[in-house]
Design a protein around this ligand. Structure first.
Ligand code: PMP
Length: 320
């Protein structure tokens, strides 16, 4: 895996090897971080970041929920990302901004109360291929319904992309992997379908797209929003409603969406074949449009500006 030789930290560009924190940082003990996952794609017009502004807004929203006072505003962290990408030497990469509670080494504080721990900003980038495997985009993946319940919004708000939420995601993911599945789908505390460990989920039934609503215990996915907009643009109806577990088995098509997973078809759930057991026609159509948009080969719905181009200038070399 190639990583960028540089990391952005609190307004300065530092070396990858210097991007370290103290073991007594608040985040290590109490999970106090919020973060983003963003992709930069290589297009014929150069590297472009997909929906950068929306990701940065979600990052700041997550920080707000956890009462973290950011030291930088949306424009500043957007600029910082573009500067780092310009230095990274990577045309196609994954971008990880993170904000967390650190440690004031002059006045250390080790308790749960986070207010005495400084808020730190970092951005790192690296080359990351297809999250669920290259061929998964075509053949689809086998998934299970998790025995773990998704975090409930009154205890751990799923609306925030917080590091601690991913303890729940890890339980879902580990159980799935150990049982031979690529991914797990969690039900919420009411027993309705919520999302995968790191993806939103969509069903196709009779030509309509159905997905759990934003009011459910799900992350408001930016790929989810993109797919909803692309589908409506194509004249496909989208219904946001509660979904029962058994409806997953009976769907014509099923797929995950996410920055890492992009649009990944699901071919079976709990060893029950979904539809034809392969990528369905609507999933394929949506993938096709999505990939054209991220490669700057087609305009986004309503000509929205979903791509931010990177000024690569003179490229530095990434570290293998
Ligand atoms: N749900 C969870 C739990 C996730 O971690 C992700 C990935 N960020 C998503 C959904 C999809 O969100 P997005 O499309 O914004 O990447």
């Amino acid at each position: 895996m190639k990583v960028s030789p540089k990391v952005w930290r609190n307004g300065e560009i530092i070396n990858w090897d210097d991007a370290r924190i103290h073991v007594m940082s608040h985040v290590v003990h109490y999970g106090s971080s919020v973060f983003e996952g963003i992709r930069c794609y290589n297009t014929s017009q150069g590297p472009a970041v997909f929906r950068l502004a929306e990701h940065m807004q979600r990052l700041l929203n997550s920080a707000k929920i956890y009462r973290m006072e950011p030291r930088f505003n949306r424009d500043q962290i957007t600029e910082a990302t573009l500067e780092l990408l310009g230095e990274s030497g990577l045309d196609e990469c994954y971008i990880r901004p993170v904000i967390f509670r650190g440690l004031d080494e002059e006045k250390p504080a080790f308790g749960v109360n986070p207010f005495r721990n400084p808020v730190e900003h970092y951005i790192a980038v690296w080359e990351w291929g297809k999250y669920l495997g290259e061929e998964a985009l075509e053949t689809g993946i086998d998934v299970c319904v998790s025995s773990w319940t998704r975090i409930t919004s009154n205890s751990m708000p799923a609306m925030a992309k917080a590091g601690a939420n991913y303890m729940n995601s890890q339980l879902i993911k580990m159980e799935a992997i150990l049982n031979g599945y690529a991914e797990g789908i969690a039900l919420d505390d009411r027993g309705y379908v919520s999302e995968g460990s790191g993806e939103n989920i969509f069903m196709v039934n009779n030509g309509k797209l159905i997905t759990p609503p934003l009011g459910a215990s799900i992350l408001p996915g930016i790929t989810r929003d993109s797919v909803v907009q692309i589908a409506r643009d194509l004249g496909i109806d989208v219904v946001e409603t509660t979904v029962q577990r058994s409806a997953l088995y009976l769907a014509d098509e099923l797929f995950f969406t996410g920055t890492a997973a992009e649009i990944t078809p699901i071919r079976s759930v709990d060893k029950i074949t979904v539809g034809e057991g392969k990528r369905g026609p609507i999933t394929e159509k949506l993938q096709d449009e999505f990939f054209k948009i991220i490669r700057a080969e087609r305009a986004a719905p309503d000509n929205a500006e979903w791509l931010t181009f990177v000024d690569t200038g003179e490229k530095k070399t990434a570290v293998a």
